[in-house]
Design a protein around this ligand. Sequence first.
Ligand SMILES: C[S@@+](CC[C@H](N)C(=O)[O-])C[C@H]1O[C@@H](n2cnc3c(N)ncnc32)[C@H](O)[C@@H]1O
Length: 247
Amino acid sequence: MEWKSINEYAKAYGLEGNLPDIFVSLAEGVYPPKLDSFLIAKELIRIVQEGHNVLDIGTGTGILAIVAATKGAAVVATDVHEASVKCARHNASLNSVELDGRVGNLFEPIRQGELFDIVVGNMTSLPTPRDEQHDEYTARTVDAGYDGRRYLDPLLDQVPGYLKEGGYFLTQHSNFANIEKTRNKLDELGFEVELRMYEYPAGKTSRQRIEYFLRHLPENCHPIKKEDGWYQKIAVFIARSSGGFSP
Ligand SMILES: C[S@@+](CC[C@H](N)C(=O)[O-])C[C@H]1O[C@@H](n2cnc3c(N)ncnc32)[C@H](O)[C@@H]1O
């Protein structure tokens, strides 16, 4: 399998050089490292410490899990897509680190009583028109629902039960999936929240769905029109549990 440095992938967004020299290979259907992966990786690198227990939900190539493992964390990496878990395991060995790869939906592969210092979940969150036809793989892993929150909402609802006191939850998504809604939910769940806000051109699939976004999503979720095209806001959520959660 061919592999390349994540800094090579990051060049497409001008973010190279900020990341450790981790190598990843891809397999069919596995989500390649993209802008969202790098924006979360930047925060994860800052927070993770040697000896931390880290859970990476929706690991894809394993990029975030491997970033944490190279800093000395013990990492569990899950994905609903079996080929992604295999790919993440392979990529971990390519970088001489270990990860515990598990296949399953969100927290299903996590055992009763397992608690983490950091849970990172970079979920698919692009609102998807209800009438779009998908193959079985896409329907299961990429279709984030009409409002983009099909995976995000259950992730937010369940994450407090898997964090140690003072543990961190990291996620990201664009304004298309409603940044305010996530912020409010995290506040209600008792997290202390820091936000990193960015503005980037809308990606290829988003550009194909501009009409849908404008007609069907609330105004705070609309794409932003600029002279050189359509833009999105991206929020990285760094949420710290104030403690006292039990699974
Ligand atoms: C946006 S990609 C992120 C991949 C990787 N973490 C990264 O940052 O590059 C989302 C990943 O979540 C996985 N996924 C989608 N639905 C899931 C679910 N219900 N449970 C676990 N993983 C899921 C997909 O297969 C995909 O690998």
